[in-house]
Design a protein around this ligand. Structure first.
Ligand code: NAD
Ligand code: GLY
Length: 385
């Protein structure tokens, strides 16, 4: 597929630290040009971190584009899967960066989904106290969320994403053509995160995401060129939303509870983390668990009298359009409740919920405002739809 449209979204961090996100069908063929512009003419080397599945599909194109802009390119492929997002893998990545003689001013390119992006970003932040990273996300979830905003992390025995640093990329290159090879479940997971972004912070983005999904489901987009353009525009709009939140609250100030704080992006995540933990990370893709998490948070908001029934129904419909979720009606609600109470991300020993006042407007609510019986009824309704 040739390049049809290229959108530029700016993440405005101030003090000259902002960066561009390039979104387009075929954007990968411009990776070298974008990276050169982002890191400057002095940079000599680029170390690509990917995994074998993604590299087989897109590695040659990425490397050729980088070489065409005079970078000396090395590559290292990490094993595929969340369970490899660890300090041990990061140590191997760091050894690769040393062997590649990556110097300050050189760059790491992260080519893959959120796992590769988080791990490569983490290694880039640590090597020589920080070298440039260019994110090249190839899953929908990473394109609309993980690649933007500079959160990097690895998992430890105590839980997910518990060790990490903020390290903003120098550029993000999103080639929407890469989604053509993505398995359906990964697309569903990504669409759930896209629904989340609209639901928690931007009513128009929510409506636009829903309209795109409706068209996908009706398979009306028989004009592939038009579909591609709409996809590029939608992903750019999703990135622009995330860029606005990140620009206003770069390091997720834990004292903020307002509708523009980065914390609102955790909408649906309290129950999602509990579902993932209760099923030992085997049943759900993270985005799928977020799908259920949004339904539960929507139910709680409704039952607390914060959210109108029509709004809850609109949210339910959007989650349905995102795709089929694995079953959750067989899960022991007591186990899920316990997992919520032991979530590592609680503050001051208490759960904090991101709830909705309406679609597009969220608020962080103290767990004490959510009675146990209301939580149980909401989980029951959300998981046993
Ligand atoms: P993933 O990286 O595991 O990718 C999913 C699967 O798709 C993998 O098997 C991968 O090899 C494969 N894949 C990737 N691109 C492909 C393509 N174009 N075609 C075919 N297969 C492809 O999962 P993910 O959902 O992208 O990311 C999840 C991770 O992202 C989690 O670790 C999560 O913690 C993290 N995350 C980070 C942030 C952040 O702000 N940093 C935000 C959200 C999620
Ligand atoms: N994915 C949530 C954040 O980046 O803050």
């Amino acid at each position: 597929m040739g390049e049809t449209l290229l959108r530029r979204v700016r993440v405005a961090l101030g003090a000259g630290r902002g960066y561009d996100i390039r979104v387009g069908a075929g954007a990968l063929s411009r990776l070298g040009e974008t990276t050169r512009r982002a890191v400057g003419s002095e940079a000599r080397r680029v170390a690509v971190i990917s995994n074998s599945r993604v590299f087989k599909l897109y590695g040659a194109r990425a490397v050729a584009s980088l070489r065409s802009r005079d970078f000396v390119v090395t590559r290292w492929l990490m094993p595929d899967g969340e369970r490899h997002k660890t300090l041990r893998t990061a140590e191997r990545a760091l050894a690769f960066l040393s062997e590649s003689e990556i110097e300050r001013g050189d760059a790491v390119v992260a080519l893959g989904g959120g796992v590769v992006g988080d791990l490569a970003g983490f290694a880039a932040a640590l090597h020589l106290r920080g070298v440039h990273v260019v994110q090249v996300p190839t899953t929908l979830l990473a394109q609309v969320d993980a690649s933007v905003g500079g959160k990097t992390a690895v998992n430890t025995a105590s839980g997910k994403n518990l060790v990490g640093v903020f390290h903003q990329p120098r550029a993000v290159v999103i080639d929407t053509d890469t989604l053509a090879t993505l398995p359906t479940r990964e697309l569903t997971a990504g669409w759930c995160e896209a629904v989340k972004q609209g639901a928690c912070g931007d009513r128009r983005l929510f409506a636009r995401t829903k309209a795109f999904l409706e068209e996908e489901v009706r398979a009306q987009a028989d004009d592939e060129g038009r579909r591609q353009r709409r996809l590029v525009e939608l992903i750019a709009a999703q990135c622009a939303f995330k860029a606005r939140i990140v620009a206003g609250d770069e390091r997720e100030d834990v004292g903020r509870t307002d509708a523009r704080s980065r914390r609102v992006l955790n909408f649906g995540h309290t129950v999602a983390h509990a579902l993932e933990a209760a099923t030992v990370y085997r049943r759900f893709r993270h985005g799928e668990a977020v799908g259920y998490g949004m339904l539960a948070a929507g139910e709680i908001s409704f039952r607390l009298g914060m959210l109108a029934r029509t709004e809850l129904e609109s949210l339910r419909e959007a989650v349905r359009l995102a795709g089929r979720l694995p079953r959750a009606d067989d899960l022991d609600l007591k186990l899920v409740g316990r997992a919520i109470r032991t979530d590592k991300k609680r503050r001051g020993g208490r759960t904090h919920w991101v709830l909705l006042e309406r679609v597009g407007r969220a608020r962080v609510v103290d767990g004490r405002e959510v009675p146990a019986s209301l939580l149980r009824a909401s989980l029951d309704s959300a998981l046993r739809r």
